[in-house]
Design a protein around this ligand. Sequence first.
Ligand code: HAM
Length: 403
Amino acid sequence: MKALRGMKDILPPLSKKYLHFIEQASNRAKRYGFEYIETPLLEETLLFKRSVGESSDIVGKEMYQFTDKGGNDVCLRPEGTAGIVRSFIEHKLDKKGGVHRFFYYGPMFRYERPQKGRFREFHQFGVESFGEPSVYEDASVILLAKDILDGFGIQHTLKINSLGCPACLPGYKESLVEFLKNEEGICEDCLRRRDTNPIRVLDCKNQNCQEIYKDAPKLPHNLCNECKKDFELLQQILKEEGVEFEIDTNLVRGLDYYTKTAFEFVSGQIGAQNAIAGGGRYDNLVEMLGGKPTPAVGFAIGIERILDLIEFEEKREGYYIGVMLEEALKEAFNITQAKRKKSKAVMEYRPKSLKSHLKSADRLGCRYAAVIGEEEYKDGSVWVKDLERKEEKRVPLKQFLEE
Ligand code: HAM
């Protein structure tokens, strides 16, 4: 049997890099005031239809959707935001008021055509901030994403755009539809998008369409005063923080819930699937899902896409404990348990030669190899080698346990 197409096991050494990433990213998120949240992998399908949007590819084509044994229409989460908004409302945090900041990580599922950097099960690390309308929070969230990427030395380009709000977006959509009506040669998909969600045409991958849309009305030129002010302030804050960015007027994101700020981090080092993180503001989503109107902003990083870009060399750690004679096993086992109170300790249960023990200790990434041979067994000592410093010594058992 094999794992399903587009799904992967995460084994060591990759799993060590994965955990290292989660640990570093979580620590950075905590510095910005985010707290850990976990929501179920399975949700009602309706949740994603109403948030990510029926016109999106995610909901339209890529959902792992099925009817459960109770007859409920459910699906594996294709992204994290919708479930967290559901949870935020269910636990009445919208009524409580104030600012609530969460970070999360875990698997997401999209039935896409697998290729390099694109999987059907993949992992995201994300943050969601609720209750803060200030554009400083947008900047803060962008800076956190950048901090995480910079912490691993990941080269990237930041692209930003503003998608407007209910006051200015409908007017923009109308002018875009007018423009599209007068254009010939746009692709079938865009003709459909024109009727369902016209701004989606802007990130069409068809070269011919992109040529045509060069002359299309631009989102940032059609913003209301408030959105314009916020977008300008965001740029100013980023500049003052020394963050380089590009304004991409075609950046519309693949999910329907965004308002105002939208952003993406792309990498030039990972091939066609170059988006390593994406996010933005979604001030209407809490209300759309039945909660009290609450502004919100967040992002998610695609973990698989950046693991390739991260260098991670694990430090040698803890003890390897072995014996050269059967009689010493019990004593070695006691030592192992004692060492485990404070550090990593791995024991080999079969008596082996010193050379063979050293090889195993090295393979298991241990810092010290402690071996009990005949001599050591007789006089109550242990032979210990520091595999990093290449130093060895024989020490009384008592001293070894206290070290
Ligand atoms: P998204 O842009 O759909 O946004 O996904 C975020 C990141 O997940 C992408 O930039 C990419 O790195 C990764 N990703 C997406 N699909 C795949 C795939 N099939 N295989 C591998 N990696 C993938 C969201 O999901 C929003 N929930 C982000 C957000 C949070 N917005 C506000 N808050």
